[in-house]
Design a protein around this ligand. Sequence first.
Ligand SMILES: *Cc1c(COP(=O)(O)O)cnc(C)c1O
Length: 576
Amino acid sequence: MCAPLDEPVLSRAGLPERVARIDLGAIQANVERIRSMVSPSRVMAVVKANGYGHGMVPVAQAAIRGGAAWLGTAHVSEAVELRGAGVSVPILTWLHTSETDFDAAIRSGIDVATSGWELAHIAQAARRLEQPARVQLKIDTGLGRNGATAENWDALLGQALELQESGLIRVTGIFSHLAVADEPHRTETDEQLAKFHEAIAMAEDAGLDVEVRHLANTPAALSRPDTHFDLVRVGIGMYGLSPFEHLSPADLGLVPAMTLATVVANAKNVPAGHGVSYGLRYTTPEATTLVLIPLGYADGIPRSASGGPVLVDGHKRAVVGTIAMDQLVVDMGRAYENPGDLVGSEAILFGADGEQPLADEWARAAGTINYEIVTRIGPRVTREFVNSAEPQTPGEAQWQITVSTDSLEQTQSVAAQFAQALRPGDLIILDGELGAGKTTFTQGLGAGLGVEDGIISPTFVLQRVHRSLRGGPDLIHVDAYRLGEDPDALDSLDLESTLDTSVTVVEWGKERVEYLTPNFVQVSLRRETASPGHTHPADAEVQTDFSAEDEDQRTITFRAFGERWRGKPPQLTGAE
Ligand SMILES: *Cc1c(COP(=O)(O)O)cnc(C)c1O
């Protein structure tokens, strides 16, 4: 069916509505750069607070690819999540309460910092688990937060040595944190450095031999080689942002990793004297085009950041009026002839460089620092990871279920039930040997989604599109089997362009298409083998011993990954 001639066909361009695009290649390069600047000291990549808002696990993996030897988080729970995702490098955690799960830290081989009071809790957990804890001692050299005071340092050393001798802990490090390294002219850094040297000397005199001593954060790593010791703890720099007020990322050889983008929600012309947003704190000085941006303080854009920059239609324009919970308004500075043309175009709040605004400009508008701008980007903004040098290895599954079926029809029925849980943007990755029933399963999905039938094995066409017959998502059916030999072939399918609006099913897709999105369901189909000979080609003759029913028995395992699949798995009914 064609639309009438005078009615334009409306289609979605496939832009994510609100996205923080994270350049993992930039993170890797930033870590490599800082590593080369501080060598032979090593780098601890600080990935607390969801990787400063960038997405903790992918960022940690990119940092490790860039040569980070350690990871650092504030909370034990953050480090446990990293271990769950398969991260094996040493991790230090430094902010605990009496409610902290030190047992989990010990079980996962996570280093815990102590200022003093934690030692009793840590020792108790170690005794319970009969496993020594890895502990780092923190000295307060002047910041006035965590860390033992100079007066208590000797006592802390004594206690730690005693617990080490009894086998309950191993003291792996000594560290402190700087207060003013981002202002290189200030002398307090020298005083903190002198106190740190003193604390280390005392520990050595007491007989402690540690793996790592560390003091520097990003600004000290970049400006004070005398603070590098064995390790530098780098946060903001690895995300490509500058900790110094008067130096840009480019000045430091760093590349900002986060681009915050959205789509213009509305655009219209208004006359001079038109008020804008709550409180009517802005009035248009002349006739102009106002553009509505669907991001607000619920998404982490500070309400106080009126005046902040947005790149729309190739121009950097300022936010005018009060920033609301979900939206903000930009004055384009002139009246467009067709303001409606701006609707649906991309708007960039901050990004890498060149014409895009920097997070620092938002920080200035809000009277804060770039750290806060990126870290507070909220959960309604999708994180999209690009330029990963390696295929992304999925983190822990949100859930896993296994269903048995004993006929082809039942396999299709389970797939059709599963289809009820699907929506546009979903990616299903099928695996299982030849004849395991991947195409049968896809036929069931198609029936459940209500798409055109005619689903057959796509082996020789690579990709088929089955249109929805009821206004739902189309089904894209792909065979990645032969693509394994030809990496360009996968690109040429351009799955990205249809991913957001369709349900995409990829046979043989495991470890080939996970880079497309962090959200996907792996479906593994296995034939029930009644005898060990059943799958062995040499025993082909004995297969006549099996009834047709045995041939059709399957176990189907669903493993769901990514935020999209958080929550309960769907209820699927197969064989009893
Ligand atoms: C957050 C943090 C860092 C990282 O600081 P940046 O300025 O982002 O490099 C280092 N050490 C500790 C103890 C921290 O809490």
